[in-house]
Unconditional design. Structure first.
Length: 354
């Protein structure tokens, strides 16, 4: 059994430090907080005997490895002192004064996002997994379903990672099953790839199958749009997702309208330019476009305007056509003189042309 030795003097009541509540509690995991408060209370109990970490894990409904990880986390944050004296003996001391130093660089840092999980997966022992398989039919059923979807027998590593989805990421079993089915249907059967997807879902606050299905549908839209631009990427950047989301939500364009803009972009630029697509969609948004029929109407109006402009331009450069009335060069003719010349011409003809 592993035991811990308390060094803190035990008062008759539990009083959590205010600085811990305001500065450390908000960014901590629920499991880590549970370990801290429980052991802090135990350390402040009068005549408290040494506790085994196994019994602590059992009381808190946690794994032994999780308790160790939580204590190491708080030690690196500088709010307590946790030291392994031997395989079965540990030393634990809670600090009542706020740490004056920056937490150690090795402390696990929480991502600067809305994630509520630690970056480090707990290290489960094979005995722990076997124990949970014996006690839980749900765990056994999950492993069997996973083998069917992945098309192979699960290794010890596979089992530990899959179990971590439930124990570490707090994903419901039906959500884990949908996750495995989704990844396998896209030819992604590597357990570490599935783990990355699981973490990303939890990071985005997805905790039900319905939410996961909505995300999958939206992701399909993202990749269909990128595919229309000639991109074959299997991942999408935050900037790309933000741009496409704006088209779908702020501009409220249907997928077929966006795909039409992508088609025109490729024809004009011959490259996957999201900026060019965005410029097209902005012009359509300003023109109140909602459907492809609206796009067709805009195209017709544009062609008519273009043709009219071309005709006007051509007409302004064309020389004026001359009629039979103005084919003769203009002079100041004396019509009396013309009549006289005509009479003389007739008289010569009558006299034999002389």
């Amino acid at each position: 059994m592993a035991y811990i030795k308390f060094l803190t003097q035990a008062p008759t009541f539990v009083h959590l430090p205010h600085w811990f509540i305001t500065d450390y509690m908000p960014k901590s995991l629920g499991g880590y907080l549970k370990v801290y408060i429980y052991l802090f209370a135990q350390s402040n109990s009068p005549a408290q005997p040494a506790l085994s970490l196994e019994s602590v894990a059992h009381t808190l409904d946690m794994l032994y490895s999780e308790v160790i990880q939580a204590l190491k986390y708080w030690d690196k944050e500088g709010v307590l002192h946790f030291k392994e004296l031997s395989d079965k003996q540990f030393e634990l001391d809670f600090y009542l004064e706020k740490p004056k130093t920056v937490p150690k660089e090795t402390a696990p840092k929480l991502p600067l996002s809305k994630t509520i999980i630690s970056q480090s997966r707990p290290e489960y022992r094979t005995e722990e997994i076997n124990l949970y398989m014996q006690d839980s039919t749900s765990v056994n059923e999950l492993f069997k379903i996973a083998e069917q979807y992945l098309g192979r027998l699960l290794t010890n590593t596979d089992q530990k990672i899959l179990y971590s989805f439930y124990d570490w990421l707090h994903m419901p079993f039906d959500l884990i099953e949908f996750l495995i089915e989704y990844c396998a249907s896209n030819n992604h059967t590597a357990i570490h790839y599935i783990e990355k997807v699981a973490i990303s879902w939890v990071d985005e606050g997805i905790n039900t199958v319905e939410q996961a299905k909505e995300k999958v549908t939206l992701d399909k839209r993202y990749f269909k749009i990128l595919s229309a631009l000639g991109s074959s990427k299997s991942t999408i950047t935050l900037a790309e997702k933000k741009c496409i989301t704006r088209w779908l939500t702020e501009y409220q364009f249907s997928l077929d309208v966006i795909l039409e803009a992508c088609k025109r972009t490729v024809m004009q630029t011959n490259k996957p330019s999201l900026n060019y697509v965005d410029s097209i969609l902005i012009s359509w948004y300003d023109a109140k476009v909602k459907t492809l029929d609206d796009v067709i109407l805009i195209d017709k109006a544009y062609e008519s305007k273009k043709q009219l402009s071309s005709e006007n331009k051509h007409s302004s450069k064309r020389p004026q056509k001359m009629t039979k009335f103005n084919d003769i060069y203009s002079h100041n003719w004396n019509f009396e003189e013309l009549e006289k010349l005509e009479s003389e011409y007739i008289e010569r003809k009558l006299n034999g042309g002389n």
